[in-house]
Design a protein around this ligand. Structure first.
Ligand code: ADP
Ligand code: MG
Length: 730
């Protein structure tokens, strides 16, 4: 066996006899101890400073620079007590991870003495030398100016002895260079549009928060095995590897007992997450072997996203202590399920009402239906954009494969709600309703919703966007991605339809239509307009693809084509009208998405070439030589007839191996040539297309041949840990 693979397996063998690293069980007492939350702020800030932060969060008020000094001072005192030595502005560039540049608190006074300082300026703004972050031309590297600015709505926290201050990242002109800025703008737009519409139902509503519960799927693999797989190490997925005899056929992993080693890892990262204010609630095995999931309790969307990104970092750190590696990649292994990041999304008022939860009275149900239908209408209108917003190289490998929706948007509401919508559309017309009609509609249709929902448990797991009782669950989002982007799109498109809803109902009311009747009329219109997006059947089936095409629903054909969705006229109008992104910002994103996509394939293509030529082919030759030696030996000792009989299988193998080697060499050569050609294309979007059409297919083909060799060659010689080891050693 190759030295790396052998060493890895030996190392794991020794590991299992070691006692596990287990932290004490979590307690609510430690919850949030590393977060500068409101409770802590009250303790460390003057009432004036506390009030400044609170009203910045609650009412979007600006914080005065003088007050910022006070806040910084209180924050520093607390952070030093929590063991921090450095601070950093923590932000979301376009790379899916978070970025940080640490600065020590240490400073020198005029008299030469050293002290710990932290000014209001340092809290509010930093200028990271971030010219090498992707920026899509928004910030010329010559100007090289980008600023991070404090986002007080996500509390600062201490992580690994560093005070982390969540920030946005913008250019000198205020253009968004990050994922958080547009997200915050979209949350504000949704808040405004939803609060305005709520006035029809409840005049006490002043704010509406978008809330999010993010289910995070992942694989956990022994770190020694990952070290022996250069592809996993560099790209996060296996580029070669024949499927194991057993994978998920028996479906014995899902919800099964969590392996002890993984359990101790989970307990450990959960404890650390609690300290950071991340309220994890569920943990379980997922469908594929070595695949797991965790989910926190839902919370305000901006915070939920920050927490998800922090959690991913945290899990990776804690995993290292357990000699594990967490794979967040959407499709680390061919042939078994990939991983998603299901986004459970709803809207909650400051009066505590979930706008996507059916209520007890016809009136509150009318409010529910308004927001429910507006969301459906929004997803219909921008179905292609919303689906496109989750596309990436990684996710394109997952969507449409095992246990994942195809890249076509549809909504599952459950048959009973689908019936409700149909009934409304049938009964309501432009004509004035009689009092009896109105009462019937309210009692028979609207009033019945909570009852029927109770037994409406037929959840459709194959839908990319499903209503699950009191929220929508967007399941097409990829596990490694920052879901700020799709959530920004979702908030924006819903805001647009809420604004439209209100405008249309107001226009009717102006024409003396009664308010409820006006709402019903707009509901009917919205329902009729968005009929085609509703689908209750099996979203994984081939029939659905054909049916969706017939309905005029767009299928995202390729990842580069998905990026184009952001530049369509309808999208540009949407983002600029709602004030979430400018045309320049959209173009910049388009550039960046293409650039990242190309670079990722480039890395993978190089890696495949390396694995094929430097790992697989030499191993194949070695095995082939051993067969040749065997055949020459047989020839020496056997008579002609015996030899012909007994050496034939080996001779066939020698030939077969020769064929695969030849093919691999040729394919790798072609791959390199296509890459060269693609690289000469100036325009990133065209280059992305070339990489998709010309380079990716070669990678698949090389894999096919390499996997064949894996099946022929002596297991002892095979250099890379195999699927059965990666998926079953734990
Ligand atoms: P399932 O696997 O059944 O979909 P999980 O318990 O794994 O459910 O995750 C559901 C997620 O949805 C959790 O994060 C939960 O807090 C969140 N959630 C529950 N209700 C709402 C809601 N009204 N709005 C947003 N998220 C919600
Ligand atoms: Mg779940």
């Amino acid at each position: 066996m190759s030295i790396f693979r052998q060493k890895a397996l030996e190392e794991i063998g020794r590991r299992e006899t070691k006692p596990m690293f287990v932290e004490p069980t979590p307690s609510s007492k430690e919850f949030g101890i590393n977060v500068f939350d409101r409770r802590t702020m009250r303790k460390y800030l003057s009432p004036e400073a506390y009030h400044a932060v609170a009203s910045a969060v609650d009412d979007n008020r600006k914080i005065d620079r003088k007050i910022a000094d006070q806040i910084a001072s209180g924050m520093k005192t607390w952070a030093l007590e929590r063991g921090a030595t450095h601070y950093t502005h923590w932000f979301h560039p376009f790379t899916d991870a978070t970025a940080e540049k640490h600065e020590s608190f240490l400073d020198r006074a005029k008299d030469g003495s050293v002290f710990e300082g932290f000014s209001g300026n340092a809290l509010v703004q930093q200028e990271p030398d971030a010219s090498s972050f992707p920026n899509g031309g928004l910030r010329n590297t010559f100007e090289a100016r980008g600023y991070t600015a404090w986002d007080p709505s996500s509390p600062a926290f201490v992580f690994d002895q560093t005070l982390c201050i969540p920030t946005i990242f913008v250019s000198y002109n205020g253009e968004a260079l990050d994922q958080k800025t547009p997200l915050l703008r979209s949350l504000q737009a949704l808040d405004k549009a939803a609060s305005d519409l709520c006035q029809y139902f409840d005049r006490d509503v002043q704010r509406v928060n978008s809330v999010l519960g993010i289910e995070q799927e992942y694989f956990a693999v022994d770190e020694a095995l990952v070290r022996a797989r250069p592809d996993l190490q560099l790209t996060g997925r296996t580029l070669l590897g024949h499927i194991a005899a057993k994978d998920q056929q028996l479906e014995d992993h899902y919800f099964g007992a969590i392996p002890p080693r993984i359990m101790s890892f989970m307990k450990n990262f959960e404890t650390e997450a609690y300290k950071l204010g991340i309220l994890l609630r569920t943990r379980h095995n997922e469908v594929a072997p070595n695949q797991y999931e965790c989910a926190p309790l839902y919370e305000e969307a901006n915070l939920a996203i920050d927490h998800n990104l922090l959690l991913m970092t945290l899990m990776q750190r804690v995993a290292a202590k357990h000699n594990l590696k967490v794979l967040f990649h959407e499709k680390p292994f061919g042939g078994v399920n990939g991983s998603g990041k299901h986004c459970n999304w709803s809207m909650i008022t400051d009066t505590g009402v979930n706008l996507l939860s059916p209520g007890r009275t016809p009136r509150s149900n009318l409010q529910f239906l308004t927001f429910f239908v507006a969301t459906i209408r929004a997803v219909f209108e921008h179905h292609h954009l919303l689906m496109s917003s989750v596309m990436s190289l990684n996710n394109s490998l997952r969507l449409g494969a095992s246990e994942a929706p195809p890249a076509i948007m549809s909504i599952f509401t459950g048959s009973t709600l689908a019936e409700t919508l149909k009934s409304i559309a049938e009964r309501v017309s432009d004509k004035k309703m009689t009092p009896t009609e109105k009462t019937e509609l309210k009692l028979d249709i609207v009033g019945k919703i909570p009852e029927i929902l109770l037994d409406n448990t037929d959840r459709n797991r194959t839908s990319p966007f499903a209503f699950t009782g009191n929220r929508f669950e967007f399941r097409a989002v990829g596990s490694s991605s920052n879901c700020a982007l799709p959530m920004m799109v979702l908030n924006t498109i819903v805001a647009q339809q809420l604004i439209r809803f209100k405008a249309e109902a107001d226009a009717l009311i102006k024409k003396d239509v009664k308010k409820d009747e006006a709402i019903f009329q707009v509901l009917r219109k919205f329902i009729e307009e968005s009929q085609t997006i509703l689908f209750e059947g099996n979203g994984y089936s081939e029939d659905w693809k054909a049916e969706a095409a017939k309905r005029g629903l767009r299928h995202v054909e390729s990842t580069p084509s998905a990026f184009k969705a952001f530049l369509e006229k309808n999208s540009i109008n949407l983002f600029t009208a709602i004030g979430v992104m400018t045309e320049d910002e959209l173009h910049a994103r388009y550039e960046i998405f293409n650039e990242i996509y190309v670079k990722k394939i480039q890395i993978e293509a190089r890696m495949v070439g390396d694995l094929a030529i430097n790992h697989v082919v030499p191993t194949a030759i070695r095995y082939q030589s051993s067969l040749v030696k065997n055949v020459t030996g047989l020839k020496e000792i056997l008579g002609k007839d015996d030899f012909a009989e007994l050496a034939t299988p080996q001779l066939q193998s020698i030939k077969k191996i020769g064929g695969y080697i030849k093919n691999i060499r040729q394919l790798v050569h072609n791959l390199v040539e296509e890459r060269k050609k693609a690289n000469s294309i100036e325009e990133f979007s065209e280059r992305a297309q070339a990489y998709t059409e010309k380079v990716l297919p070669y990678m698949k083909e090389i894999r096919l041949h390499a996997d064949k060799l894996e099946q022929i060659i002596d297991d002892e010689m095979w250099p890379l840990p195999k699927y059965r080891e990666l998926l079953f050693v734990r």
